[in-house]
Design a protein around this ligand. Structure first.
Ligand code: NAD
Length: 468
């Protein structure tokens, strides 16, 4: 069984203890990950702090290093992607895409120009506003997109002159450890440290005195703990948390034209996407047609081991998550819902759940109100648009939303009334490095991506030169 190493101060480091990582498609062990101890974490933090001084000085060197990182990542797609599929479950072509997207994010930030701002230039003073790096960043990621969500942190943090200690989820540490090794080929020691461990490691990283910033992606419950830990030391914090994204279909929607996009907006990565469609609102008179179209697609989606090239949908990533999806679907059915496609786990060693479409439930049912984060989608009828918008907004989440209809102007009118970070029209999950990503209410504090994401790893400094 392969064992993986952490990257600390440019070296590949084993730990005294390890833990096994399970393949969710087979139940087999994929490999052993190091369980980082406090001494190793201290070393990683010290090396990040030492490296930051030199790293922050030379912007051109950083740009070149990020381009080199991107090249190394692109050359390593076939090394990293199968490991990502084996530990996460997603189809191999999506894993390949995820690795290449990490390179894309590095290239974007290598090329991003942030102009200096002159805010006063007169006979009294010349005043400029700069953005300074914060120092060392503690970065913590979840198990659904371990690599791309790490890249959303690594690329802007490093581009703006910070250094980092990164910790992946204990469910999916191996591909991130590999990515750390690949990046270490071209980055100076200490600039990016990658450590792995159980859930005990997260609090050690947020409470550690060295980092000045915590960049966290994960659940709302953990995000609240991270915010509380950051508050003790007034560390800066970005939190990218859960979502319960609504899709609202308008009366004039062309169901045949959008059904595939709608389905994959909900089911990509087996529904384990923070910003997946998690509930669909449909005008009463179009309800049966939409339910049938989604159910058809759910029944024909090819479920299987992600390493099989024909697979479209992999397993749920881990047993607790499988159990949660099953509980929510059972509760929906107990409350009068009907599974028109799927509805059950699949017997076998892996954590498979049938792609499931549920009709006949309303807001007030857990599957509608909570973030299911799995392959089960409720479809809900609405009477009028005000009703649909009120229900879409009747949630503590506010990550993103989509509105679907034949008149894009009318759809945009509705989209701007949803309280969320991104409102899509006739699409969902369209993300890009230049597009800021964040959410309203519980879903986020701060944003990632674009120049706004870069700003989150900096603070302002005013340089005021007196004249006269
Ligand atoms: P999680 O909150 O359980 O874990 C996330 C990370 O936090 C893991 O690395 C975990 O080890 C670590 N952690 C656990 N306890 C900690 C603590 N006390 N302090 C610091 N770190 C700690 O989330 P998950 O189950 O891995 O991921 C699923 C959740 O992530 C979903 O709610 C999903 O919506 C959310 N998510 C959000 C985004 C976004 O960008 N908004 C993206 C992907 C996933």
């Amino acid at each position: 069984m392969p064992s993986y190493t952490m990257t600390i101060d440019g070296e590949q480091v084993r730990a005294v203890d390890t833990f096994d990582v399970v393949n969710p498609a087979t139940g087999d062990t994929v490999g052993a990950a190091p369980r980082c101890g406090r001494d190793d974490l201290d070393r990683a933090m010290r090396s990040a702090a030492a490296a930051q001084v030199g790293w922050s000085r030379d912007g051109e060197f950083r740009r070149k290093a990020l381009r080199d990182v991107a090249r190394e990542l692109r050359e390593s797609i076939e090394e990293i992607a199968p490991v990502l599929t084996a530990e996460q479950g997603k189809p191999l072509r999506e894993a390949r895409h995820e690795v290449s997207s990490t390179a894309r994010w590095c290239e974007y930030y290598a090329d991003l120009e942030v102009p200096r701002e002159v805010i006063q230039d007169d006979d009294r003073a010349f005043v400029e506003v700069f953005r300074r790096p914060l120092g060392v960043v503690s970065a913590i990621t979840p198990w659904n997109f371990p690599l791309s969500l790490a890249a959303w942190k690594i690329a802007p943090a490093l581009a703006s002159g910070n250094t980092m200690v990164l910790k992946p989820s204990p469910f999916t540490p191996l591909s991130t450890l590999l990515m750390g090794q690949v990046m270490a080929r071209v980055l100076p020691p200490g600039v990016l440290n990658v450590v792995s461990g159980g859930d005990e490691l997260g609090p050690w990283m947020t409470e550690h005195p060295v980092p000045r910033k915590i960049s966290f992606t994960g659940s709302v419950a953990t995000g609240k703990r991270v915010a509380a830990a950051a508050a003790q030391d007034l560390k800066r914090v970005t939190l990218e948390l859960g979502g319960n994204d609504p899709a609202i279909l308008l009366d004039d929607v062309d169901v045949d034209a959008i059904a595939d996009r709608l389905f994959w907006g909900a089911f990509r990565n087996s529904g384990q996407v923070c910003t997946a469609i998690k509930r669909v609102y449909v005008p009463e008179r179009r309800y049966d047609e939409v339910v049938d179209a989604l159910a058809d697609r759910a029944r024909s989606a090819r479920l299987g081991n992600g390493l099989d090239e024909a697979t479209e949908l992999g397993p749920v990533n881990n047993r607790p998550q499988l159990q949660r999806v099953q509980d929510l679907v059972r509760d929906a059915i107990a409350r009068g819902g009907k599974a028109v496609a799927g509805g059950n786990t699949i017997d076998g060693p892996g954590f498979f759940f049938e792609p499931t479409i549920i009709r006949g439930i309303e807001d007030g049912t857990r599957l509608v109100d909570e973030e299911q984060f799995g392959p089960a989608l409720p479809v809900i009828p609405y009477r009028d648009l005000d009703d649909a918008i009120a229900r879409a907004n009747g949630t503590p989440f506010g990550l993103s939303a989509s509105v679907w209809g034949s008149d894009p102007i009318a759809a945009a009118e509705v989209a701007t009334q949803i309280e969320c970070g991104t409102s899509w029209i006739n699409t969902h999950l369209a993300l890009a490095p230049h597009q800021p990503f964040g959410g309203a209410k519980w879903s986020s504090i701060g944003v990632e991506n674009g120049r706004w994401g870069l700003d989150q790893f900096t603070e302002l400094q005013v340089l005021h030169r007196a004249r006269g």
